[in-house]
Design a protein around this ligand. Structure first.
Ligand SMILES: [Zn+2]
Length: 440
């Protein structure tokens, strides 16, 4: 069935084309205990649920043949093969072009682990891996059904943009004599913007509020499933606006943490602060958002810095501790298997233009705040909305500044993955150039 259903046969067919929107949500809380994502130090699977995890979908049709399907997830990330599976389904069933699918995960560290390679070296056993794999397959089916329902619900709509601020994110890269450490650093760059897209029905009543914030969704580090501050913010907004679906899209907050952090009460407070940011935005003058949609999705090749030699890796694999040892071992396995270590990463850049009113840039990976600040400057004119953690979440995406400074986001975090890391310094200009090309 084609997405573009005409409204032939009634008077509306004569009117200029306008937006249609459809919204759906699905509960994706695991029904059993599962190994959790986010912290390599986890020693046991989940124990209960603090707040249900949700997947939500906003489908848009600009009335002139272009569509956009946004899926937001209370999960650690979007593995590329998850996006590929949903993209395939949307193409086959709805003729949706791949560029028209945007998937964003809130990066809660209190959801199930979806990335099997992150279980290497963890305490997870075969049973836990099997249960995680079963959940992942079920998730794919759930998400296919989710977008079917959102697209099936397309109905005339009005789109408006708002923005305000929330202040709980703080830069987490503190310079010390021993280099950059993960600790609150009030003098580092931040992006406190809270962008909001309000979607209302033909009768004027709001149906969806899509909002964003650039901050790690990591107030919590415990063993209950929970959407963290982003989950509580969505809950609070939906409670205050009956009938509305609240969707959270995380921004370029890879080097930002919510502070203070550690307790469920603090996660609720940050969620409240973000919900207040959304409510404050809604008090301002709305900016009408017109079509047409112009969407571009491009895969670019990012270079890694040269990997260590076999001799160097063998030394690290014997003499160092984890995560360096495990990382060196995985690279040695790749060297044995493939004859070489991968030197590039296929990186997804997506740009969505709502005429000259709003430009949404959705970047893959855990993107540091420099990209947000730079692109908002360089693309200004329309409202500019930066999303990170989109379409493929594989690891950190540092700027040149962060790469030069070093530390966790620069390359340290890659030692928990199978990627060679760090990226080469060409990373920033390659990503920025691709965004500009797609935004033209
Ligand atoms: Zn992260």
């Amino acid at each position: 069935m084609l997405l573009l259903a005409s409204v032939a046969g009634d008077a509306r067919a004569q009117e200029p084309p306008g937006w249609r929107a459809g919204v759906a949500n699905a509960r994706i809380t695991p029904q059993t205990s599962l190994w959790m994502a986010g912290y390599a130090s986890r020693k046991k699977p989940s124990e209960g649920v603090a707040l249900d995890l949700n997947a939500k979908c906003l489908a848009l049709d600009d009335g002139s043949g272009s569509h956009l399907v946004i899926v937001t997830l209370d999960l650690i990330g979007v593995p590329r093969d998850l996006r590929d599976a949903i993209e395939r389904h949307a193409r086959q069933k709805w003729d949706l072009p791949s560029a028209a699918l945007l998937m964003n995960a809130s990066h809660t560290h209190c959801g199930p682990e979806l990335r099997p390679d992150r279980l290497d070296g963890s305490a997870a056993g075969d049973e836990e891996r099997k249960a995680g794999g079963a959940y992942y397959e079920g998730l794919k089916a759930t998400l296919c059904g989710l977008i079917d329902r959102a697209i099936g619900a397309l109905a005339p709509a009005k789109l408006e943009f708002f923005h305000a601020r929330a202040g709980f994110a703080m830069n987490r890269r503190r310079p010390t004599e021993k280099g950059y450490i993960n600790a609150p650093y009030p003098d580092g760059p931040v992006d406190h913007a809270v962008p909001v897209l309000r979607v209302s029905g033909a009768d004027g009543s709001p149906r969806a509020l899509l909002f964003g914030y650039a901050c790690h969704n990591t107030t919590l580090n415990y063993f209950k499933f929970c959407g963290d501050y982003a989950g509580f913010a969505q809950r609070d907004i939906e409670a205050a606006h009956p009938g509305v679906t609240a969707l959270f899209a995380i921004g370029c907050g890879a080097d930002q943490n919510p502070y203070p952090r550690g307790t469920e009460e603090q996660a609720q407070q940050h969620g409240r602060a973000l919900a207040n940011g959304v409510e404050a935005a809604l008090l301002t003058v709305p900016k009408p958002i017109r079509g047409p949609l112009k969407i571009g999705l491009k895969e670019i090749s990012l270079d890694f810095a040269p990997a260590p030699s076999r001799a160097e890796l063998e030394k690290i694999a014997i003499e160092s501790k984890d995560p360096d040892r495990g990382h060196a071992r995985r690279l040695l396995q790749e060297l044995d298997r493939e004859g070489k270590i991968r030197s590039t990463y296929p990186y997804l850049v997506q740009v969505i233009r709502f005429d000259d009113d709003l430009t949404v840039v959705a970047l893959a990976g855990e993107v540091v705040v420099d990209y947000s600040l730079r692109l908002k400057r360089e693309l200004a004119g329309p409202a500019v909305w930066l999303m990170g953690y989109s379409n493929d979440v594989f690891g950190y995406v540092p700027s040149v500044r962060v790469l030069k400074e070093g530390g966790y986001e620069a390359g340290g975090a890659m030692h928990y993955t199978s990627l060679p890391g760090p990226f080469a310094e060409s990373i920033e200009e390659k990503i920025i150039a691709a965004v500009h090309e797609l935004a033209r």
